[in-house]
Design a protein around this ligand. Structure first.
Ligand code: UDP
Ligand code: MG
Length: 309
Protein backbone atom coordinates (compact mmCIF):
# COMPACT_ATOMS: atom_id res chain seq x y z
CA UNK A 1 0.00 0.00 0.00
CA UNK A 2 2.85 2.35 0.82
CA UNK A 3 5.06 1.75 -2.18
CA UNK A 4 4.88 5.26 -3.50
CA UNK A 5 7.20 8.21 -3.19
CA UNK A 6 6.09 11.20 -1.15
CA UNK A 7 7.76 14.55 -1.82
CA UNK A 8 7.65 17.29 0.79
CA UNK A 9 8.48 20.80 -0.40
CA UNK A 10 9.41 23.38 2.21
CA UNK A 11 10.05 26.99 1.08
CA UNK A 12 12.36 28.72 3.52
CA UNK A 13 13.27 32.36 3.84
CA UNK A 14 15.22 33.32 6.97
CA UNK A 15 13.99 30.36 8.99
CA UNK A 16 17.29 29.25 10.59
CA UNK A 17 15.72 28.48 13.94
CA UNK A 18 12.75 26.55 12.57
CA UNK A 19 14.53 23.92 10.44
CA UNK A 20 15.48 21.61 13.27
CA UNK A 21 12.20 21.73 15.23
CA UNK A 22 10.27 21.23 12.01
CA UNK A 23 12.23 18.12 11.00
CA UNK A 24 11.93 16.77 14.54
CA UNK A 25 8.17 16.83 14.16
CA UNK A 26 8.02 15.93 10.49
CA UNK A 27 10.38 12.96 10.11
CA UNK A 28 8.69 10.63 12.67
CA UNK A 29 5.48 11.07 10.67
CA UNK A 30 7.22 10.24 7.40
CA UNK A 31 9.03 7.14 8.57
CA UNK A 32 6.29 4.82 7.27
CA UNK A 33 6.68 6.22 3.77
CA UNK A 34 9.34 6.50 1.13
CA UNK A 35 9.96 10.20 1.09
CA UNK A 36 12.12 13.08 -0.04
CA UNK A 37 12.20 16.48 1.61
CA UNK A 38 13.07 19.39 -0.68
CA UNK A 39 14.00 22.64 1.01
CA UNK A 40 13.89 25.63 -1.29
CA UNK A 41 15.98 28.42 0.16
CA UNK A 42 14.49 31.62 -1.19
CA UNK A 43 17.62 33.77 -0.81
CA UNK A 44 17.83 33.70 2.99
CA UNK A 45 20.16 36.23 4.60
CA UNK A 46 20.65 34.18 7.76
CA UNK A 47 22.07 30.70 8.37
CA UNK A 48 19.09 28.83 6.86
CA UNK A 49 21.08 27.12 4.05
CA UNK A 50 23.78 26.03 6.52
CA UNK A 51 21.13 24.62 8.85
CA UNK A 52 19.61 22.66 5.99
CA UNK A 53 23.03 21.35 4.89
CA UNK A 54 23.65 20.12 8.41
CA UNK A 55 20.48 18.04 8.10
CA UNK A 56 21.39 16.86 4.59
CA UNK A 57 24.58 15.32 6.01
CA UNK A 58 22.52 13.32 8.49
CA UNK A 59 19.80 12.20 6.10
CA UNK A 60 20.31 11.89 2.37
CA UNK A 61 16.59 12.05 1.67
CA UNK A 62 16.80 15.74 2.49
CA UNK A 63 17.55 17.94 -0.52
CA UNK A 64 18.23 21.61 -1.07
CA UNK A 65 17.73 24.13 -3.84
CA UNK A 66 19.07 27.63 -3.18
CA UNK A 67 18.27 30.86 -5.00
CA UNK A 68 20.72 33.75 -5.32
CA UNK A 69 18.14 36.18 -4.04
CA UNK A 70 14.59 36.29 -2.76
CA UNK A 71 12.23 35.39 -5.60
CA UNK A 72 9.17 35.04 -3.38
CA UNK A 73 7.29 32.22 -1.70
CA UNK A 74 5.36 31.26 -4.86
CA UNK A 75 8.51 30.92 -6.98
CA UNK A 76 10.12 28.82 -4.26
CA UNK A 77 7.14 26.46 -4.48
CA UNK A 78 7.41 26.41 -8.28
CA UNK A 79 11.08 25.41 -8.06
CA UNK A 80 10.12 22.68 -5.59
CA UNK A 81 7.44 21.30 -7.88
CA UNK A 82 9.95 21.26 -10.72
CA UNK A 83 12.39 19.15 -8.71
CA UNK A 84 9.95 16.80 -6.96
CA UNK A 85 9.83 13.16 -8.09
CA UNK A 86 7.01 12.03 -5.82
CA UNK A 87 3.79 10.28 -6.80
CA UNK A 88 2.24 12.87 -4.52
CA UNK A 89 3.72 16.17 -3.41
CA UNK A 90 2.99 18.11 -0.24
CA UNK A 91 3.92 21.76 0.26
CA UNK A 92 4.23 22.95 3.85
CA UNK A 93 5.50 26.10 5.57
CA UNK A 94 8.66 25.94 7.62
CA UNK A 95 7.38 27.85 10.65
CA UNK A 96 5.20 25.01 12.01
CA UNK A 97 2.01 26.98 11.42
CA UNK A 98 0.98 23.99 9.32
CA UNK A 99 0.92 20.88 11.53
CA UNK A 100 2.70 17.93 9.84
CA UNK A 101 0.55 15.55 11.92
CA UNK A 102 -2.27 15.75 9.38
CA UNK A 103 -0.12 14.44 6.51
CA UNK A 104 -1.31 10.81 6.94
CA UNK A 105 -4.93 11.99 6.60
CA UNK A 106 -4.02 13.77 3.39
CA UNK A 107 -2.38 10.63 2.06
CA UNK A 108 -5.45 8.53 2.94
CA UNK A 109 -7.67 10.86 0.93
CA UNK A 110 -5.21 10.79 -1.96
CA UNK A 111 -5.21 7.01 -1.95
CA UNK A 112 -9.00 7.12 -1.95
CA UNK A 113 -8.82 8.94 -5.28
CA UNK A 114 -8.58 12.70 -4.74
CA UNK A 115 -5.95 14.55 -6.76
CA UNK A 116 -5.85 17.70 -4.64
CA UNK A 117 -6.15 17.68 -0.87
CA UNK A 118 -6.22 21.10 0.73
CA UNK A 119 -5.49 21.60 4.38
CA UNK A 120 -8.21 23.96 5.52
CA UNK A 121 -7.97 26.12 8.63
CA UNK A 122 -10.99 25.76 10.84
CA UNK A 123 -9.37 27.97 13.41
CA UNK A 124 -6.69 30.60 13.01
CA UNK A 125 -5.45 31.03 16.51
CA UNK A 126 -2.03 32.10 15.34
CA UNK A 127 -3.24 34.96 13.17
CA UNK A 128 -4.46 38.30 14.45
CA UNK A 129 -7.89 39.85 13.86
CA UNK A 130 -6.53 42.02 11.05
CA UNK A 131 -5.07 39.10 9.10
CA UNK A 132 -8.25 37.06 9.53
CA UNK A 133 -10.57 39.85 8.38
CA UNK A 134 -8.47 40.89 5.40
CA UNK A 135 -8.18 37.25 4.33
CA UNK A 136 -11.97 36.79 4.48
CA UNK A 137 -12.61 39.97 2.48
CA UNK A 138 -10.01 38.93 -0.09
CA UNK A 139 -11.45 35.46 -0.65
CA UNK A 140 -14.97 36.80 -0.97
CA UNK A 141 -13.82 39.42 -3.45
CA UNK A 142 -11.76 37.04 -5.54
CA UNK A 143 -14.56 34.50 -5.69
CA UNK A 144 -16.99 37.21 -6.74
CA UNK A 145 -14.62 38.42 -9.45
CA UNK A 146 -13.16 35.18 -10.69
CA UNK A 147 -14.64 32.33 -12.70
CA UNK A 148 -12.34 29.84 -10.99
CA UNK A 149 -13.65 28.96 -7.53
CA UNK A 150 -10.86 29.49 -5.01
CA UNK A 151 -11.44 27.72 -1.70
CA UNK A 152 -11.56 29.86 1.42
CA UNK A 153 -9.32 29.44 4.46
CA UNK A 154 -6.86 27.47 2.37
CA UNK A 155 -3.21 28.44 2.04
CA UNK A 156 -0.34 26.68 0.34
CA UNK A 157 -0.44 23.63 2.63
CA UNK A 158 -1.75 20.94 0.28
CA UNK A 159 -1.14 17.58 -1.33
CA UNK A 160 -1.07 17.33 -5.09
CA UNK A 161 -1.09 14.23 -7.20
CA UNK A 162 1.77 13.84 -9.66
CA UNK A 163 -0.65 14.62 -12.48
CA UNK A 164 -1.47 18.06 -11.04
CA UNK A 165 2.23 18.75 -10.46
CA UNK A 166 2.91 17.92 -14.11
CA UNK A 167 0.14 20.29 -15.12
CA UNK A 168 1.80 23.07 -13.08
CA UNK A 169 5.26 22.24 -14.42
CA UNK A 170 4.07 22.43 -18.01
CA UNK A 171 2.41 25.84 -17.73
CA UNK A 172 3.89 28.54 -19.91
CA UNK A 173 2.67 31.42 -17.78
CA UNK A 174 4.27 32.91 -14.67
CA UNK A 175 2.62 31.06 -11.82
CA UNK A 176 2.28 33.89 -9.35
CA UNK A 177 -0.88 32.64 -7.62
CA UNK A 178 -0.51 28.89 -7.33
CA UNK A 179 -3.61 28.21 -5.26
CA UNK A 180 -5.76 29.60 -8.05
CA UNK A 181 -3.97 27.63 -10.76
CA UNK A 182 -4.29 24.45 -8.76
CA UNK A 183 -8.07 24.77 -8.52
CA UNK A 184 -8.37 25.98 -12.13
CA UNK A 185 -7.78 22.45 -13.43
CA UNK A 186 -10.95 21.13 -11.75
CA UNK A 187 -9.27 17.97 -10.41
CA UNK A 188 -11.16 15.95 -7.77
CA UNK A 189 -10.60 17.78 -4.51
CA UNK A 190 -10.80 16.93 -0.81
CA UNK A 191 -10.19 18.79 2.42
CA UNK A 192 -8.45 18.01 5.68
CA UNK A 193 -9.05 20.36 8.60
CA UNK A 194 -6.56 21.81 11.03
CA UNK A 195 -5.99 24.53 13.55
CA UNK A 196 -3.46 27.14 12.45
CA UNK A 197 -0.94 27.66 15.19
CA UNK A 198 1.31 30.61 15.94
CA UNK A 199 4.60 30.91 14.10
CA UNK A 200 7.31 29.02 16.03
CA UNK A 201 9.98 31.73 15.81
CA UNK A 202 10.55 34.83 13.73
CA UNK A 203 8.11 37.14 11.98
CA UNK A 204 5.69 36.69 9.12
CA UNK A 205 7.11 37.72 5.74
CA UNK A 206 3.72 38.88 4.57
CA UNK A 207 3.18 42.45 5.76
CA UNK A 208 0.20 44.58 4.76
CA UNK A 209 1.52 45.71 1.37
CA UNK A 210 2.88 42.31 0.41
CA UNK A 211 -0.54 40.84 1.20
CA UNK A 212 -2.28 43.56 -0.80
CA UNK A 213 0.02 42.95 -3.77
CA UNK A 214 -0.55 39.22 -3.52
CA UNK A 215 -4.31 39.81 -3.48
CA UNK A 216 -4.10 42.02 -6.59
CA UNK A 217 -1.93 39.40 -8.26
CA UNK A 218 -4.52 36.75 -7.47
CA UNK A 219 -7.43 38.80 -8.78
CA UNK A 220 -5.77 39.94 -11.99
CA UNK A 221 -4.44 36.43 -12.71
CA UNK A 222 -7.87 34.89 -12.58
CA UNK A 223 -10.32 37.46 -13.78
CA UNK A 224 -10.82 40.22 -16.32
CA UNK A 225 -14.01 41.30 -14.56
CA UNK A 226 -12.35 44.43 -13.08
CA UNK A 227 -11.97 45.67 -16.68
CA UNK A 228 -15.62 45.01 -17.35
CA UNK A 229 -16.66 46.77 -14.15
CA UNK A 230 -14.62 49.77 -15.29
CA UNK A 231 -16.53 49.75 -18.58
CA UNK A 232 -19.84 49.68 -16.72
CA UNK A 233 -18.76 52.65 -14.60
CA UNK A 234 -17.95 54.49 -17.80
CA UNK A 235 -21.38 53.74 -19.25
CA UNK A 236 -23.12 54.79 -16.05
CA UNK A 237 -21.38 58.15 -15.80
CA UNK A 238 -21.94 58.68 -19.53
CA UNK A 239 -25.68 58.16 -19.08
CA UNK A 240 -25.70 60.51 -16.07
CA UNK A 241 -23.93 63.17 -18.10
CA UNK A 242 -26.39 62.79 -20.97
CA UNK A 243 -29.38 63.06 -18.63
CA UNK A 244 -27.78 66.16 -17.11
CA UNK A 245 -27.56 67.84 -20.54
CA UNK A 246 -31.21 67.09 -21.30
CA UNK A 247 -32.25 68.40 -17.89
CA UNK A 248 -30.26 71.58 -18.45
CA UNK A 249 -31.75 72.14 -21.93
CA UNK A 250 -35.30 71.74 -20.60
CA UNK A 251 -34.60 74.01 -17.64
CA UNK A 252 -33.12 76.71 -19.94
CA UNK A 253 -36.21 76.49 -22.16
CA UNK A 254 -38.55 76.92 -19.20
CA UNK A 255 -36.67 79.71 -17.35
CA UNK A 256 -33.90 81.23 -19.51
CA UNK A 257 -32.71 83.83 -16.94
CA UNK A 258 -31.29 81.58 -14.17
CA UNK A 259 -28.02 82.27 -12.36
CA UNK A 260 -25.02 80.04 -11.77
CA UNK A 261 -25.45 77.91 -8.70
CA UNK A 262 -24.25 74.52 -7.55
CA UNK A 263 -20.43 74.70 -7.70
CA UNK A 264 -20.32 72.16 -4.82
CA UNK A 265 -22.19 69.67 -6.97
CA UNK A 266 -19.80 70.34 -9.84
CA UNK A 267 -16.78 69.94 -7.58
CA UNK A 268 -17.94 66.56 -6.21
CA UNK A 269 -18.84 65.35 -9.70
CA UNK A 270 -15.34 66.21 -10.97
CA UNK A 271 -13.66 64.58 -7.99
CA UNK A 272 -15.82 61.48 -8.34
CA UNK A 273 -15.24 61.14 -12.06
CA UNK A 274 -11.54 61.90 -11.68
CA UNK A 275 -11.30 59.16 -9.07
CA UNK A 276 -13.06 56.63 -11.26
CA UNK A 277 -10.85 57.53 -14.21
CA UNK A 278 -7.67 57.08 -12.19
CA UNK A 279 -8.83 53.75 -10.79
CA UNK A 280 -9.76 52.60 -14.27
CA UNK A 281 -6.36 53.56 -15.66
CA UNK A 282 -4.81 51.72 -12.71
CA UNK A 283 -6.83 48.59 -13.49
CA UNK A 284 -5.84 48.69 -17.15
CA UNK A 285 -2.24 49.26 -16.04
CA UNK A 286 -2.33 46.14 -13.86
CA UNK A 287 -3.22 43.99 -16.83
CA UNK A 288 -0.74 45.69 -19.15
CA UNK A 289 1.91 45.08 -16.48
CA UNK A 290 1.04 41.40 -16.47
CA UNK A 291 1.21 41.22 -20.26
CA UNK A 292 4.58 43.00 -20.15
CA UNK A 293 5.97 40.50 -17.67
CA UNK A 294 4.69 37.58 -19.68
CA UNK A 295 6.25 38.76 -22.94
CA UNK A 296 9.59 39.40 -21.27
CA UNK A 297 9.77 35.65 -20.59
CA UNK A 298 12.43 36.07 -17.93
CA UNK A 299 13.34 32.97 -15.94
CA UNK A 300 11.15 32.52 -12.87
CA UNK A 301 14.14 32.16 -10.54
CA UNK A 302 17.90 31.65 -10.68
CA UNK A 303 19.36 28.65 -8.89
CA UNK A 304 22.59 29.12 -6.96
CA UNK A 305 23.11 25.54 -5.88
CA UNK A 306 21.43 22.15 -5.72
CA UNK A 307 22.23 19.46 -3.21
CA UNK A 308 21.07 15.83 -3.65
CA UNK A 309 18.95 16.81 -6.64
N1 UDP B 1 8.72 32.28 2.37
C1 UDP B 1 9.56 32.21 1.25
N2 UDP B 1 9.83 33.36 0.57
C2 UDP B 1 9.29 34.58 0.92
C3 UDP B 1 8.43 34.63 2.03
C4 UDP B 1 8.15 33.46 2.73
O1 UDP B 1 10.04 31.14 0.91
O2 UDP B 1 9.58 35.57 0.25
C5 UDP B 1 8.41 31.04 3.12
C6 UDP B 1 8.61 31.14 4.62
O3 UDP B 1 9.93 30.81 5.00
C7 UDP B 1 7.58 30.15 5.16
C8 UDP B 1 6.47 30.24 4.13
O4 UDP B 1 7.04 30.76 2.95
O5 UDP B 1 8.09 28.83 5.17
C9 UDP B 1 5.30 31.09 4.60
O6 UDP B 1 5.74 32.38 4.94
P1 UDP B 1 5.21 33.18 6.23
O7 UDP B 1 5.15 32.26 7.40
O8 UDP B 1 6.04 34.41 6.38
O9 UDP B 1 3.74 33.60 5.77
P2 UDP B 1 2.39 33.57 6.64
O10 UDP B 1 2.34 32.21 7.28
O11 UDP B 1 2.52 34.65 7.64
O12 UDP B 1 1.32 33.80 5.65
MG1 MG C 1 3.73 31.42 8.54
Amino acid sequence: MNNFLLSIIIPVFNEEQNIEPLLKRLIPILKNYQYEIIFVDDGSKDKTPEMVKKQVNKNNRIKLISFYRNFGHQMALVAGYGAAHGDCVITIDADLQDPPEIIPQMIDKWQAGAKIIYAKRNERQGDNFFKKTTATIFYQLINFLSDTPIPQEVGDFRLLDKQVVEFLNNLHERPSFLRGLVSWGGYPTEFVFFKREKRLTGQTHYGFFKMLNFALEGITSFSVKPLRIATYFGFMSGIFGFLGIIYELIRKAISPQSFVIGWAGLFTAIMFLGGIQLITIGIIGEYIGKIYQEVQKRPKYIIKEKINI
